[in-house]
Design a protein around this ligand. Structure first.
Ligand SMILES: Cc1cc2nc3c(=O)[nH]c(=O)nc-3n(C[C@H](O)[C@H](O)[C@H](O)COP(=O)(O)OP(=O)(O)OC[C@H]3O[C@@H](n4cnc5c(N)ncnc54)[C@H](O)[C@@H]3O)c2cc1C
Length: 344
């Protein structure tokens, strides 16, 4: 009797083993491949794309051609990759001169025209240039980023695909207290030992959430069924358990005018560090792409600032050494002027 049961058990284990292999083959055939392989294949794909060469009659930018498809790492698992672009500085000038009815000029005149257009808020010539990026970013950063409605976006689908066990964990130095002066910002750093504890909690919580995700899917990271007796639920439902520091990816295409708007807001010290680091890389890409526009953007938009009429009166009073009633100007503007003009 015992011998008979043992034989039965052996048969069950063997059948289970065969089912597992069959399911695995089926899954791989359907494209749910091993995640490790997927990562390697991604790199192979990128290398292959970087080797492609096309002949074109369109304007190209040497410095951008060199970084096409290159991965710029951001945060712990994120990246920015330049996929495509249209136009250069000359395209802006060319578009602007249609309205002026004049042809191409020397570089110095192009530079002056770009400065003029930017400082006088002419937008449409800059809308002629476009850029397309592939971005991998934590979901909470994506929520801020997506508010910029003037871009075209196509996001990785967590209804269709299974997400990877990847979470953004802040560097210890970036785990800080709530700011006392800015409701939307960070204050001072924590002791390393305390920061470690907080980060450990974020890590543990993230992994617990992912374990629940896998449990609900009934599928492990290798795409294998966890429990053959159980049914998993749909990916579109299981993803609800994932935390906001999970990574997502998208293709993001935007014109230069709106890109500058995005950068002016997200490269600003008021923006959250985790989106600023992406803006920082995009600033470098922009500098390579349209150097004249980049210089004008830094001069007029990033390093310049606008004053209210009261602000102008205050600055006038400083220059003319006249009295000024400081209660008539907002505290925020007064602080800005004091900071910008080194008045403290
Ligand atoms: C530091 C910081 C803090 C923030 N805090 C918050 C917050 O607490 N809560 C919150 O909800 N958001 C917040 N935001 C988001 C912010 O309010 C904007 O939604 C975001 O910056 C996108 O700006 P935008 O609408 O100008 O950009 P885009 O969507 O790219 O639009 C560019 C411009 O196009 C025009 N435009 C585009 N779409 C429309 C439309 N449908 N109708 C009319 N005009 C349109 C507008 O003139 C707009 O300025 C914050 C942003 C920053 C940078």
């Amino acid at each position: 009797m015992i011998l008979k049961n043992k034989k039965k058990l052996k048969n069950i284990i063997y059948i289970n083993f065969l089912i597992k292999i069959y399911v695995k083959i089926l899954f791989e055939k359907n494209g749910y491949m091993n995640l490790k392989n997927k990562k390697i294949n991604n790199q192979k794909e990128v290398d292959k794309l970087r080797k492609q060469k096309f002949k074109t009659g369109r304007v190209t930018v040497g410095k951008l051609e060199k970084i096409l498809y290159k991965t710029f790492n951001v945060l712990d698992h994120g990246f920015v990759r330049l996929i495509d672009y249209m136009g250069d500085d000359s395209s802006i000038v060319q578009a602007a001169r249609v309205s002026y009815g004049k042809g191409t000029k020397k570089i110095n005149q192009d530079k002056n025209l770009i400065n003029y257009l930017l400082s006088h808020r002419h937008s449409t010539p800059f809308e002629m240039n476009e850029i397309k990026l592939h971005v991998k970013l934590p979901i909470f950063v994506a929520r801020q980023w997506i508010r910029h409605r003037t871009a075209n976006v196509n996001e990785y689908s967590a209804r269709y695909s299974i997400l990877e066990r990847e979470f953004y964990l802040p560097e210890l130095k970036n785990i800080q207290t709530q700011s006392d002066i800015n409701n939307q910002g960070r204050g001072t750093g924590l002791k390393t030992s305390k920061a470690k504890l907080k980060r450990e909690l974020i890590k543990k919580h993230s992994h617990n959430s992912f374990d629940n995700y896998s449990y609900l899917l009934n599928e492990n990271e290798e795409g294998e069924i966890i429990d053959l007796q159980e049914e998993g639920i749909a990916r579109e439902l299981a993803r609800m358990t994932l935390p906001l520091n999970s990574y997502t990816q998208w293709y993001w295409k935007i014109d230069l005018h709106n890109l500058m708007h995005f950068l002016s807001l997200r490269f600003d010290p008021h923006a959250q560090l985790e989106i600023r680091v992406y803006a920082d890389i995009i600033m470098d890409i922009m500098k390579k792409w349209v150097p004249l526009t980049y210089d004008a953007f830094i001069m007029h938009r990033m390093n310049g600032f606008s004053l209210s009429s009261t602000g102008v009166e205050f600055v006038k009073s400083l220059i003319k050494n006249k009295k000024f009633d400081k209660t008539s100007i907002s505290k925020r503007e007064l602080n800005e002027i004091t900071k910008r003009f080194d008045l403290a």
